[in-house]
Design a protein around this ligand. Structure first.
Ligand code: NIG
Ligand code: FE
Length: 400
Protein backbone atom coordinates (compact mmCIF):
# COMPACT_ATOMS: atom_id res chain seq x y z
CA UNK A 1 0.00 0.00 0.00
CA UNK A 2 1.42 3.41 -0.93
CA UNK A 3 1.77 6.19 1.60
CA UNK A 4 -1.14 8.64 1.64
CA UNK A 5 -1.02 12.26 2.79
CA UNK A 6 -4.41 13.57 3.91
CA UNK A 7 -4.43 17.35 3.62
CA UNK A 8 -6.83 20.19 4.31
CA UNK A 9 -8.98 18.41 6.91
CA UNK A 10 -10.30 19.69 10.24
CA UNK A 11 -8.82 16.92 12.34
CA UNK A 12 -10.30 15.68 15.61
CA UNK A 13 -7.71 13.33 17.06
CA UNK A 14 -9.74 12.23 20.13
CA UNK A 15 -6.26 11.77 21.59
CA UNK A 16 -6.80 14.06 24.55
CA UNK A 17 -8.84 16.62 22.61
CA UNK A 18 -11.94 16.71 20.47
CA UNK A 19 -11.42 20.25 19.24
CA UNK A 20 -10.86 20.18 15.48
CA UNK A 21 -7.68 21.66 14.06
CA UNK A 22 -8.06 24.60 11.67
CA UNK A 23 -8.46 23.31 8.10
CA UNK A 24 -5.01 22.53 6.73
CA UNK A 25 -3.18 23.23 9.99
CA UNK A 26 -2.45 19.54 10.46
CA UNK A 27 -1.75 16.87 7.87
CA UNK A 28 -1.93 13.14 8.32
CA UNK A 29 0.41 10.58 6.80
CA UNK A 30 -0.76 6.97 6.61
CA UNK A 31 1.14 3.98 5.26
CA UNK A 32 0.76 0.22 5.44
CA UNK A 33 -2.69 0.65 7.01
CA UNK A 34 -1.31 2.66 9.93
CA UNK A 35 -1.10 6.30 10.98
CA UNK A 36 2.54 7.26 10.50
CA UNK A 37 2.63 10.98 11.31
CA UNK A 38 0.42 13.90 12.23
CA UNK A 39 1.83 17.40 11.87
CA UNK A 40 2.26 20.52 9.78
CA UNK A 41 3.91 20.42 6.35
CA UNK A 42 4.72 16.72 6.31
CA UNK A 43 7.05 15.48 3.53
CA UNK A 44 5.21 14.77 0.29
CA UNK A 45 7.68 12.57 -1.57
CA UNK A 46 6.00 9.60 -3.18
CA UNK A 47 2.78 9.94 -1.19
CA UNK A 48 -0.65 9.95 -2.78
CA UNK A 49 -2.27 13.27 -1.80
CA UNK A 50 -5.90 13.34 -0.72
CA UNK A 51 -7.37 16.85 -0.44
CA UNK A 52 -10.08 16.63 2.25
CA UNK A 53 -11.51 20.00 1.16
CA UNK A 54 -12.04 21.29 4.72
CA UNK A 55 -14.08 18.31 5.88
CA UNK A 56 -14.15 17.13 9.47
CA UNK A 57 -11.93 14.07 10.05
CA UNK A 58 -12.47 11.92 13.14
CA UNK A 59 -11.32 8.49 14.19
CA UNK A 60 -13.77 6.00 12.67
CA UNK A 61 -16.59 5.40 15.18
CA UNK A 62 -16.59 2.12 17.12
CA UNK A 63 -19.78 0.31 18.14
CA UNK A 64 -18.56 -1.45 21.29
CA UNK A 65 -21.73 -3.30 22.39
CA UNK A 66 -24.02 -5.04 19.91
CA UNK A 67 -26.14 -8.16 19.60
CA UNK A 68 -26.50 -7.71 15.86
CA UNK A 69 -26.31 -11.38 14.92
CA UNK A 70 -29.76 -12.89 15.51
CA UNK A 71 -32.64 -14.59 13.76
CA UNK A 72 -36.19 -13.29 13.52
CA UNK A 73 -37.76 -10.08 14.60
CA UNK A 74 -39.57 -8.89 17.72
CA UNK A 75 -41.71 -6.06 16.41
CA UNK A 76 -44.77 -7.82 17.91
CA UNK A 77 -43.25 -7.29 21.38
CA UNK A 78 -42.94 -3.63 20.54
CA UNK A 79 -46.68 -3.68 19.97
CA UNK A 80 -47.24 -5.54 23.25
CA UNK A 81 -45.26 -2.89 25.09
CA UNK A 82 -47.38 -0.22 23.41
CA UNK A 83 -50.33 -2.03 24.97
CA UNK A 84 -48.72 -1.61 28.37
CA UNK A 85 -47.01 -4.99 28.88
CA UNK A 86 -43.63 -4.60 30.63
CA UNK A 87 -40.35 -5.93 29.16
CA UNK A 88 -39.74 -8.17 32.20
CA UNK A 89 -43.28 -9.54 31.95
CA UNK A 90 -42.75 -10.45 28.29
CA UNK A 91 -39.42 -12.09 29.19
CA UNK A 92 -40.93 -14.14 32.02
CA UNK A 93 -43.70 -15.32 29.68
CA UNK A 94 -41.14 -16.85 27.28
CA UNK A 95 -40.75 -13.86 24.98
CA UNK A 96 -37.83 -11.47 24.90
CA UNK A 97 -34.42 -13.12 24.66
CA UNK A 98 -36.07 -16.57 24.48
CA UNK A 99 -38.11 -15.55 21.43
CA UNK A 100 -34.91 -14.55 19.68
CA UNK A 101 -33.34 -17.81 20.85
CA UNK A 102 -35.97 -19.85 19.01
CA UNK A 103 -35.50 -17.89 15.78
CA UNK A 104 -31.70 -17.94 16.07
CA UNK A 105 -31.52 -21.70 16.75
CA UNK A 106 -33.53 -22.27 13.57
CA UNK A 107 -30.80 -20.71 11.41
CA UNK A 108 -27.45 -22.06 10.25
CA UNK A 109 -24.33 -19.89 10.10
CA UNK A 110 -24.93 -18.75 6.51
CA UNK A 111 -28.52 -17.77 7.26
CA UNK A 112 -27.40 -15.81 10.31
CA UNK A 113 -24.84 -13.97 8.19
CA UNK A 114 -27.44 -13.13 5.56
CA UNK A 115 -29.90 -11.90 8.19
CA UNK A 116 -27.27 -9.81 10.02
CA UNK A 117 -25.23 -8.19 7.23
CA UNK A 118 -27.81 -5.44 6.53
CA UNK A 119 -27.56 -4.36 10.17
CA UNK A 120 -23.78 -4.26 9.96
CA UNK A 121 -24.01 -2.31 6.69
CA UNK A 122 -26.15 0.36 8.36
CA UNK A 123 -23.38 0.92 10.89
CA UNK A 124 -20.67 1.00 8.23
CA UNK A 125 -22.65 3.59 6.28
CA UNK A 126 -22.10 5.93 9.24
CA UNK A 127 -18.35 5.40 9.23
CA UNK A 128 -18.13 2.65 11.85
CA UNK A 129 -15.04 0.48 11.37
CA UNK A 130 -14.98 -1.63 14.54
CA UNK A 131 -18.00 -3.52 15.85
CA UNK A 132 -18.34 -5.78 18.85
CA UNK A 133 -20.80 -8.64 18.37
CA UNK A 134 -22.07 -10.84 21.19
CA UNK A 135 -23.47 -14.32 21.21
CA UNK A 136 -26.43 -14.80 23.57
CA UNK A 137 -29.41 -15.82 21.48
CA UNK A 138 -28.34 -19.45 20.96
CA UNK A 139 -28.24 -20.54 24.62
CA UNK A 140 -26.83 -23.97 23.71
CA UNK A 141 -23.15 -24.68 23.07
CA UNK A 142 -23.61 -25.21 19.33
CA UNK A 143 -26.05 -22.35 18.72
CA UNK A 144 -23.86 -19.91 20.67
CA UNK A 145 -20.79 -20.97 18.68
CA UNK A 146 -22.81 -20.58 15.46
CA UNK A 147 -23.48 -16.95 16.32
CA UNK A 148 -19.79 -16.18 16.75
CA UNK A 149 -18.92 -18.15 13.62
CA UNK A 150 -21.39 -15.90 11.79
CA UNK A 151 -19.70 -12.83 13.32
CA UNK A 152 -16.33 -14.14 12.17
CA UNK A 153 -17.64 -14.78 8.66
CA UNK A 154 -19.02 -11.24 8.44
CA UNK A 155 -15.55 -9.86 9.12
CA UNK A 156 -14.31 -11.59 5.97
CA UNK A 157 -17.15 -10.11 3.90
CA UNK A 158 -16.74 -6.45 4.82
CA UNK A 159 -13.93 -3.98 5.54
CA UNK A 160 -14.43 -4.01 9.28
CA UNK A 161 -12.81 -5.19 12.52
CA UNK A 162 -15.15 -7.41 14.54
CA UNK A 163 -14.63 -8.33 18.19
CA UNK A 164 -16.50 -11.44 19.30
CA UNK A 165 -17.90 -11.69 22.81
CA UNK A 166 -19.19 -14.83 24.53
CA UNK A 167 -22.56 -14.01 26.12
CA UNK A 168 -23.99 -17.47 26.75
CA UNK A 169 -24.94 -16.22 30.25
CA UNK A 170 -27.64 -13.98 28.75
CA UNK A 171 -30.79 -15.90 29.74
CA UNK A 172 -31.74 -19.36 30.93
CA UNK A 173 -33.20 -21.48 28.10
CA UNK A 174 -36.37 -23.48 28.93
CA UNK A 175 -34.54 -26.82 29.12
CA UNK A 176 -32.49 -25.46 32.04
CA UNK A 177 -35.39 -23.79 33.89
CA UNK A 178 -34.54 -23.73 37.60
CA UNK A 179 -31.02 -25.05 36.91
CA UNK A 180 -28.91 -21.92 36.43
CA UNK A 181 -25.84 -23.48 38.04
CA UNK A 182 -25.96 -26.46 35.63
CA UNK A 183 -26.43 -24.09 32.68
CA UNK A 184 -23.38 -22.06 33.63
CA UNK A 185 -21.22 -25.19 33.74
CA UNK A 186 -22.69 -27.23 30.91
CA UNK A 187 -23.30 -24.46 28.39
CA UNK A 188 -21.60 -21.19 29.37
CA UNK A 189 -18.31 -22.71 30.55
CA UNK A 190 -18.24 -25.77 28.27
CA UNK A 191 -18.97 -23.57 25.25
CA UNK A 192 -16.39 -21.03 26.38
CA UNK A 193 -13.76 -23.75 26.41
CA UNK A 194 -14.79 -24.94 22.94
CA UNK A 195 -15.04 -21.46 21.47
CA UNK A 196 -11.72 -20.45 22.95
CA UNK A 197 -10.07 -23.53 21.44
CA UNK A 198 -11.54 -22.47 18.08
CA UNK A 199 -10.14 -18.93 18.45
CA UNK A 200 -13.69 -17.53 18.41
CA UNK A 201 -13.77 -15.53 21.63
CA UNK A 202 -12.21 -12.16 22.44
CA UNK A 203 -14.07 -11.47 25.69
CA UNK A 204 -16.70 -12.91 28.05
CA UNK A 205 -19.90 -11.08 29.03
CA UNK A 206 -23.05 -11.84 31.01
CA UNK A 207 -26.43 -10.40 31.98
CA UNK A 208 -26.53 -9.88 35.75
CA UNK A 209 -30.18 -9.20 36.61
CA UNK A 210 -33.19 -10.62 38.43
CA UNK A 211 -34.49 -12.09 35.14
CA UNK A 212 -31.05 -13.45 34.22
CA UNK A 213 -28.09 -14.45 36.46
CA UNK A 214 -26.81 -13.56 39.93
CA UNK A 215 -23.18 -12.78 40.74
CA UNK A 216 -22.97 -16.10 42.65
CA UNK A 217 -24.09 -18.00 39.57
CA UNK A 218 -21.68 -16.06 37.36
CA UNK A 219 -18.59 -16.45 39.55
CA UNK A 220 -17.37 -19.79 38.05
CA UNK A 221 -17.74 -18.40 34.51
CA UNK A 222 -15.60 -15.36 35.31
CA UNK A 223 -13.04 -17.57 37.04
CA UNK A 224 -12.80 -19.69 33.89
CA UNK A 225 -12.47 -16.58 31.68
CA UNK A 226 -9.61 -15.43 33.87
CA UNK A 227 -7.91 -18.83 33.69
CA UNK A 228 -8.10 -18.60 29.89
CA UNK A 229 -6.64 -15.07 29.97
CA UNK A 230 -9.78 -13.53 28.45
CA UNK A 231 -11.12 -10.04 29.12
CA UNK A 232 -14.50 -9.79 30.84
CA UNK A 233 -17.47 -7.40 30.64
CA UNK A 234 -20.96 -7.33 32.12
CA UNK A 235 -24.54 -6.11 31.55
CA UNK A 236 -25.27 -4.67 34.97
CA UNK A 237 -27.72 -2.50 36.88
CA UNK A 238 -30.01 -2.19 33.82
CA UNK A 239 -33.40 -2.90 35.40
CA UNK A 240 -32.46 -2.99 39.08
CA UNK A 241 -29.37 -2.87 41.32
CA UNK A 242 -28.23 -6.50 41.27
CA UNK A 243 -24.57 -5.98 42.14
CA UNK A 244 -23.02 -6.90 38.80
CA UNK A 245 -20.96 -3.73 38.55
CA UNK A 246 -19.05 -4.27 41.80
CA UNK A 247 -18.60 -7.94 40.84
CA UNK A 248 -17.24 -6.96 37.42
CA UNK A 249 -14.91 -4.35 38.91
CA UNK A 250 -13.51 -7.04 41.24
CA UNK A 251 -12.75 -9.05 38.10
CA UNK A 252 -10.99 -6.11 36.43
CA UNK A 253 -13.68 -5.90 33.73
CA UNK A 254 -13.01 -3.90 30.58
CA UNK A 255 -16.51 -2.46 30.81
CA UNK A 256 -19.79 -2.50 32.69
CA UNK A 257 -22.73 -1.73 30.43
CA UNK A 258 -26.22 -0.14 30.84
CA UNK A 259 -25.80 1.07 34.47
CA UNK A 260 -29.04 3.01 34.93
CA UNK A 261 -29.30 1.71 38.52
CA UNK A 262 -25.57 2.01 39.30
CA UNK A 263 -24.49 4.11 42.30
CA UNK A 264 -21.65 6.46 43.17
CA UNK A 265 -20.04 3.52 45.02
CA UNK A 266 -20.14 1.49 41.80
CA UNK A 267 -18.54 4.42 39.97
CA UNK A 268 -15.70 4.56 42.52
CA UNK A 269 -15.07 0.82 42.12
CA UNK A 270 -15.06 1.17 38.32
CA UNK A 271 -12.58 4.02 38.51
CA UNK A 272 -10.27 1.89 40.67
CA UNK A 273 -10.46 -1.09 38.31
CA UNK A 274 -10.18 0.93 35.09
CA UNK A 275 -13.62 -0.27 33.93
CA UNK A 276 -15.33 1.76 31.19
CA UNK A 277 -19.01 2.72 31.64
CA UNK A 278 -20.77 1.75 28.40
CA UNK A 279 -24.04 3.69 28.26
CA UNK A 280 -26.80 2.41 25.99
CA UNK A 281 -29.37 5.13 25.37
CA UNK A 282 -31.18 3.07 22.72
CA UNK A 283 -32.30 0.57 25.37
CA UNK A 284 -33.14 3.38 27.82
CA UNK A 285 -35.27 5.02 25.12
CA UNK A 286 -36.97 1.85 23.88
CA UNK A 287 -37.89 0.67 27.38
CA UNK A 288 -38.96 4.21 28.31
CA UNK A 289 -36.70 3.95 31.36
CA UNK A 290 -36.89 6.93 33.68
CA UNK A 291 -33.89 6.28 35.93
CA UNK A 292 -30.79 7.88 34.42
CA UNK A 293 -27.30 6.36 34.63
CA UNK A 294 -25.20 8.28 37.21
CA UNK A 295 -23.27 10.34 34.65
CA UNK A 296 -22.21 12.95 37.20
CA UNK A 297 -20.77 10.24 39.46
CA UNK A 298 -18.83 8.78 36.51
CA UNK A 299 -17.44 12.22 35.71
CA UNK A 300 -16.53 12.90 39.33
CA UNK A 301 -14.80 9.53 39.70
CA UNK A 302 -13.05 9.83 36.33
CA UNK A 303 -14.72 6.76 34.79
CA UNK A 304 -14.45 6.88 30.98
CA UNK A 305 -17.89 6.75 29.34
CA UNK A 306 -18.59 5.01 26.05
CA UNK A 307 -21.83 5.00 24.04
CA UNK A 308 -23.05 2.14 21.89
CA UNK A 309 -26.13 1.11 19.94
CA UNK A 310 -26.76 -2.15 21.89
CA UNK A 311 -28.27 -3.20 18.54
CA UNK A 312 -30.65 -6.05 19.40
CA UNK A 313 -34.12 -7.21 18.34
CA UNK A 314 -35.88 -6.33 21.60
CA UNK A 315 -34.69 -3.48 23.73
CA UNK A 316 -32.68 -1.49 21.20
CA UNK A 317 -33.45 -2.08 17.53
CA UNK A 318 -30.94 0.63 16.68
CA UNK A 319 -28.28 0.60 13.96
CA UNK A 320 -27.19 4.24 14.04
CA UNK A 321 -24.09 5.36 15.91
CA UNK A 322 -24.94 8.99 15.06
CA UNK A 323 -28.39 8.65 16.63
CA UNK A 324 -26.73 7.00 19.62
CA UNK A 325 -24.50 10.05 20.10
CA UNK A 326 -27.51 12.32 19.81
CA UNK A 327 -29.39 10.25 22.42
CA UNK A 328 -26.32 10.30 24.68
CA UNK A 329 -26.44 14.07 24.61
CA UNK A 330 -30.21 14.60 24.72
CA UNK A 331 -31.19 11.82 27.15
CA UNK A 332 -28.06 11.49 29.30
CA UNK A 333 -26.79 15.10 29.01
CA UNK A 334 -23.33 14.12 27.78
CA UNK A 335 -21.44 17.00 26.19
CA UNK A 336 -20.58 16.90 22.48
CA UNK A 337 -16.97 16.21 23.37
CA UNK A 338 -18.01 13.35 25.69
CA UNK A 339 -20.24 11.90 22.95
CA UNK A 340 -17.40 11.89 20.46
CA UNK A 341 -14.95 10.29 22.87
CA UNK A 342 -17.68 7.82 23.81
CA UNK A 343 -17.77 6.34 20.30
CA UNK A 344 -14.02 6.58 19.59
CA UNK A 345 -11.26 6.37 22.19
CA UNK A 346 -13.46 5.26 25.10
CA UNK A 347 -15.24 2.67 22.96
CA UNK A 348 -11.82 1.33 21.94
CA UNK A 349 -10.87 1.10 25.61
CA UNK A 350 -14.09 -0.82 26.34
CA UNK A 351 -12.88 -3.42 23.84
CA UNK A 352 -9.25 -3.50 24.95
CA UNK A 353 -8.24 -1.88 21.65
CA UNK A 354 -6.76 1.41 22.89
CA UNK A 355 -3.43 0.70 21.22
CA UNK A 356 -5.04 -0.27 17.93
CA UNK A 357 -7.84 2.13 17.02
CA UNK A 358 -10.13 4.93 18.27
CA UNK A 359 -7.68 7.85 18.11
CA UNK A 360 -5.72 9.65 15.41
CA UNK A 361 -2.21 9.06 16.67
CA UNK A 362 0.96 7.61 15.14
CA UNK A 363 1.17 3.83 15.37
CA UNK A 364 -2.60 3.24 15.40
CA UNK A 365 -4.62 1.70 12.60
CA UNK A 366 -5.65 4.32 10.01
CA UNK A 367 -9.39 3.97 10.72
CA UNK A 368 -10.92 7.33 9.87
CA UNK A 369 -14.20 9.00 9.00
CA UNK A 370 -14.50 12.09 6.81
CA UNK A 371 -17.67 14.07 7.30
CA UNK A 372 -19.39 16.82 5.33
CA UNK A 373 -19.62 19.01 8.42
CA UNK A 374 -17.24 21.43 10.14
CA UNK A 375 -17.67 20.66 13.83
CA UNK A 376 -18.40 17.73 16.16
CA UNK A 377 -21.53 19.56 17.36
CA UNK A 378 -22.94 19.30 13.83
CA UNK A 379 -22.46 15.53 13.98
CA UNK A 380 -24.22 15.15 17.31
CA UNK A 381 -27.02 17.74 17.07
CA UNK A 382 -28.93 16.52 14.06
CA UNK A 383 -31.35 13.60 13.96
CA UNK A 384 -31.69 11.24 11.01
CA UNK A 385 -28.87 12.97 9.14
CA UNK A 386 -25.83 11.12 7.84
CA UNK A 387 -23.09 13.46 6.58
CA UNK A 388 -20.49 10.71 6.02
CA UNK A 389 -18.30 11.58 3.05
CA UNK A 390 -16.02 8.55 3.27
CA UNK A 391 -14.84 5.81 5.55
CA UNK A 392 -11.21 4.82 5.73
CA UNK A 393 -10.37 1.38 7.13
CA UNK A 394 -6.74 0.38 7.65
CA UNK A 395 -5.64 3.25 5.44
CA UNK A 396 -7.92 2.50 2.48
CA UNK A 397 -11.04 4.42 1.47
CA UNK A 398 -13.95 1.98 1.46
CA UNK A 399 -16.63 2.01 -1.21
CA UNK A 400 -19.99 2.99 0.33
O1 NIG B 1 -28.42 -5.38 26.12
N1 NIG B 1 -29.87 -6.59 28.65
C1 NIG B 1 -29.83 -7.66 28.10
N2 NIG B 1 -29.69 -7.88 26.82
C2 NIG B 1 -30.00 -7.02 25.75
C3 NIG B 1 -31.41 -7.15 25.34
C4 NIG B 1 -31.77 -8.47 24.99
C5 NIG B 1 -33.09 -8.64 24.31
O2 NIG B 1 -34.15 -8.21 24.79
O3 NIG B 1 -33.05 -9.29 23.26
C6 NIG B 1 -29.61 -5.60 26.08
O4 NIG B 1 -30.46 -4.73 26.26
FE1 FE C 1 -26.69 -5.64 25.43
Amino acid sequence: MTATLWTNARIVTADGTTTPSAPGALELLTDGGKIVALGADLPRQGAKIVDCEGRLMTPAPIDCHTHLVFGGDRAFEFEQRLDGVAYEEIARAGGGIKASMRATRAMDVDQLVTASLPRLDHLLAEGVSTVEIKSGYGLSVEAELHMLRAARAMETQRNVRIRKTWLAAHALPPEYAGRAVDYIHEVAIAGLNAGHAEGLIDAVDSFCEGIAFSTEELAPLYARAKALGLDVKIHSEQLSHAGGTAFAARHGALSADHLEYATAEDAALMAASGTVAVLLPGAFYTLRETVLPPVEAFRAAGVPMALSTDCNPGTSPLTSILMTMNMGATLFRLTVSECLKAVTCNAAQALGLSNETGRIAPGLSADLALWDVESPAQLVARIGFNPLHSRVFRGAECPQ
